[in-house]
Structures are given as C-alpha cells and as structure tokens.
Design a protein around this ligand. Structure first.
Ligand code: PDD
Length: 279
C-alpha cells in the first residue's frame, strides 16, 4: 500500500482526493518538484527545495512550509513507505480550491501533495534517441509549473515519430532544453550547455554535471548552443533527475557519435554514478 501526504495528513494513495474546483485542475495553477532518492536517501534535497521555493515565488503562491517542515514530511513519507532503495518523490503545490475565477482568490488554502514511487530508471547505457522540435512553450520555463501540456505533446511526438524518448527544443535557432531534460553537447574536450535563463528549467542534474565536468579532464562552458552546433557535435547528452545523464545516439534518425555512447559520456557518467552512490 502506498502512503501519500495530502494537506497535513498521511493517507493511502487510493483515498487521496482533491476537490474538483482545485485551481490545479481548473487552471493548472501550481508548481511541482521531482526529487530522486538513491538507496533511501533524497539526492540534492537542498537544491530541489530551493528550486521549489523559487517556483512558488515565481507564481506568487504563498506557502508557509519551511525547509525543516519539508525535510520532516519527506523523512516520514519515506519511512511510512519503507523506502530503502531507489525512488522518486513528487511534490505538487497548487493555489487551492476556489470558485472558478482567473484572479487569485484571497483566503484559499494551497493544496500540498507529496507522493513517492519506485524510480523507473530507463536503461540509458546503450544510448537513447531524440528528435528536434521548435520550442512551443511559454517564456517562464524556469518555473517548474504543472502546466505541462506542450511538454507532454512534445514527448509524445518524439515517441510517435521514431520511438525516441525526448524532444530537444530550439528557439530562435538556439537550443533551450529537452521537453523533460537539459541538453549538453561535446566537441573535442569541451562540453557545452545553454546558460540558465527564463527559457529553460535550471536542472539540478544539469548543475551537478557542470560541477563534475569542471573537476574532470573536460572543460565545461555555459554558452548558447546553436542548432547547427548541436548537429555537428561529437556527442549529445540529456540530463534529468530520473534519467541521470543519457547519451543521445540518434537525432532525427541520424546517428550521433557513431551511433553509440561516446568517450566523454563514459568518463563523466562514471564520475556521476560514483558521486550519486557516495553522497
Ligand atoms: N523533469 N527541463 C525540464 C523541462 C524538466 O521537466 C526537467 C525534469 C529537467 C531536468 O531537471 P532535473 O535535473 O532537476 O530533474 C529539465 C522532471 C524529472 C519531471 O518532470 O518528471
């Protein structure tokens, strides 16, 4: 039986219900986080909680949960679900229940939901496919908003086009990120990733990978990456909390890095795997 947290209570998943007029349902008026758990330990929790705070501030949603409260709720949830292995925690906060009206309604209490489920890590060791698509999302992609319809459509487009797992997005000729991941390219011994802006989510895995590369024999640059540079790159990687670092070996049906994971991916992924197991 899975236990979840909803608005102050730990209850069975089957009993967790939200009123139909919740603004999360009516307007997708809310934000979320996904935190990986390795061997029972939340990974980079501080960074995820900081990003959640930024997302809440980004949509002016006032919630009086501090760092200690989140930590204690997550600890209790993991204990109640007897999580000792790899898992992922999903947190969603919405602006709560109110009559349908676009204006924020004074006095509505935010809905807070926390859920954990086994981490279904895709085996990326032999590489993954991706497709290119124009970025059709809004201009506040730094906020982890629950309004994911464009992302959902883009991922589905990738799957239906040629069985790919991700759509790599571009805007004005420059790569932004994936529909649910950040993007890196490798040229020689230089790894590049687009700088943080309102056009991409500041990925927690992205930041860690930037840090790990800087301590390796490779160089890391946070610079704009054009579509042309992506197409000529020796290697392309996508990163997220649930994927880790995945080497893209096929882009729009064309092989990348000879159709197999490249040496830079192998080197950095080894460091990442080691880091994550020894946190
Ligand atoms: N998504 N960009 C987007 C649009 C994402 O949705 C995600 C992750 C990332 C990577 O961020 P991080 O490294 O912090 O996971 C980048 C999560 C996994 C999801 O929506 O399920």
């Amino acid at each position: 039986m899975t236990t979840v947290y909803l608005n102050g209570n730990f209850i069975p998943l089957e009993q967790a219900q939200v009123p139909i007029l919740d603004r999360g349902f009516i307007f997708a008026d809310g934000v979320y986080e996904v935190i990986p758990v390795f061997s029972g330990n939340p990974f980079r929790l501080k960074e995820h909680m900081e990003r959640l705070r930024n997302s809440l501030d980004g949509i002016s949603l006032q919630l009086d949960y501090d760092r200690e409260k989140w930590q204690s709720l997550i600890d209790q949830l993991l204990a109640l679900n007897r999580v000792t292995g790899d898992s992922s925690i999903y947190i969603q906060v919405t602006r709560g229940v109110a009559e349908r009206n676009h204006f924020y309604q004074a006095g509505s209490t935010p809905t807070v939901f926390i859920y954990c489920k086994p981490l279904q890590e895709t085996d990326v060791s032999r590489g993954v496919g991706a497709v290119l698509h124009e970025d059709i999302r809004w201009e506040y992609c730094h906020i982890k908003a629950v309004a994911l319809l464009p992302n959902v459509m883009l991922k589905q487009y990738a799957r239906e086009k040629d069985g790919s797992i991700e759509a790599i997005l571009y805007r004005d000729g420059y790569i932004t990120e994936g529909a649910a991941s950040n993007v890196f390219t490798v040229t020689g011994d230089t790894v590049s990733t687009p700088p943080k802006s309102n056009r991409l989510l500041p990925g927690i895995t992205r930041d860690l990978v930037v840090e790990l590369i800087s301590a390796s024999l490779y160089q890391c640059r946070e610079v704009p990456v054009s579509k042309a540079e992506l197409l000529q790159a020796d290697e392309i990687w996508i990163t997220s909390s649930t994927l880790g670092i995945a080497p893209v070996i096929r882009l729009d049906g064309h092989p990348v890095s000879g159709g197999k994971p490249g040496p830079a991916w192998r080197a950095i992924d080894t460091i990442y795997q080691d880091f994550k197991r020894n946190q």
